[in-house]
Design a protein around this ligand. Structure first.
Ligand code: ZN
Length: 379
């Protein structure tokens, strides 16, 4: 008889074992981010499972996690091959997140969301350079020295609009790099009149992954210094948050005419945007562009909507440490945070996968269509 074992010593792995002696009650806990109390991301492998027998897993510290209200209505994802992920019905009992799987294989992975690996990131960047006609403008470095490539599609000719799209400042929000993969996939396709229209007028500046250290270590929220990158756009330094420092520097160099910061939201089961309406300099033009973007994207896909989201900021009350607000104020442009769910889009639920990498990818393609329509009015 094989013994059950749980491991998380790999890229974006995160779990601590409390007691795995009985398949009837495998007790686990999520590990906080380095130098930070945040946690919510988990990703682990269970081996030595008994095929055909139910295995019950509990994440005992769910109630203490960063977004503990988000567990209600959430279902964990699992995969036997780390490629095809499916939801496992889960319940939150006020303390622990619980799920039961009767496995068809002796080995299974569980995660908070379909993970986007560092290996796939490396492939994606190569793919973008070799097949999508992007160039590597420059490479930033994370706290621990991991690469942060900045890609450009377009030649930087004067008069072109500069559209910036960055992803996964929050390292546990893996749907963000799935989004970038979808975007790059569309750049590879030939005979795409909408894309041609967009690229005739604009260059795309892409940072597929802002926080590689955090993702590698299985963090939810912070870099290797315990810094929340989306809370340091006013005071980033080369030492504490070089990831943001780098991108701000490059934005100053090339300019920004539109900014999209791609994220995932733990709680809300819809895709939505947040804007910079609380900025001191928020202009009618920014308001009009924001409304235009939201309306068109919601017409193009059922995977975007405008009813649910964060409460809007009061005038002048924006937190300027957020990328969206900081960039919107500095460059007086359309500036948005895009949030995709960890759960599902309740307007078009998929009972097998919930929200997924595949759907994140399609959303990116629809965003490009929206931008193609809007590019002539961005300034
Ligand atoms: Zn986020």
């Amino acid at each position: 008889m094989t013994t059950l074992s749980i491991s998380a010593d790999f890229d974006s792995g995160n779990i601590e074992v409390i007691d795995a002696s009985s398949p009837a009650h495998i007790q686990l806990a999520m590990r906080p981010d380095t130098k930070s109390p945040h946690f919510q991301w988990f990703h682990f492998k269970a081996e030595g499972l008994h095929i055909g027998e139910p295995h019950h897993f509990s994440l005992n510290n769910a109630s203490q996690s960063s977004y503990n209200r988000a567990w209600t209505g959430y279902n964990a994802v699992a995969s036997y091959d780390h490629q095809d992920w499916f939801r496992v019905p889960s319940t939150f009992d006020g303390k622990a997140l619980n799920f039961t799987l009767t496995p068809t294989h002796s080995e299974v992975y569980f995660a908070y969301f379909e993970p986007y690996s560092r290996e796939r990131h490396d492939w994606l960047v190569k793919h973008a350079l070799e097949n999508a006609g992007t160039e590597l403008l420059t490479t930033g470095k994370s706290v621990e020295g991991r690469d942060i490539p900045l890609l450009r599609k377009g030649n930087g000719a004067p008069g072109k609009r500069n559209i910036w799209i960055i992803a996964q400042q929050h390292p546990g929000e893996h749907m963000a790099e799935w989004f970038m993969e979808g975007l790059i996939e569309r750049l590879v396709e030939q005979n795409d009149p909408q894309l041609t229209q967009l690229l005739d007028a604009a260059d795309l500046y892409l940072v597929p992954h802002m926080n590689p250290d955090g993702s590698f270590h299985g963090h939810l929220r912070t870099n290797a210094n315990g810094k929340d990158l989306n809370r340091c756009w006013q005071d980033s330094t080369e030492d504490t948050s070089p990831e943001v420092f780098f991108v701000k520097q490059q934005m100053e160099k090339y300019g920004v005419d539109m900014f999209l910061d791609v994220h995932g939201d733990e709680e809300i089961p819809y895709v939505f945007t947040a804007a910079c309406e609380g900025n001191p300099g928020y202009s009618p033009k920014q308001a009009e562009l924001e409304e235009h973007f939201r309306r068109r994207l919601s017409e193009i896909t059922r995977d975007f909507q405008t009813r649910y989201g964060y409460p809007r900021s009061q005038p002048g009350q924006a937190n300027m440490n957020l990328a969206c607000n900081s960039v919107g104020e500095r460059f007086k442009c359309l500036s948005l945070t895009l949030e995709m769910p960890f759960k599902d889009n309740d307007n078009a639920p998929n009972l097998v996968t919930g929200w997924s990498g595949k759907r994140s990818k399609q959303l990116a393609k629809d965003v490009l269509t929206t931008l193609a329509e809007m590019v002539s009015v961005l300034r």
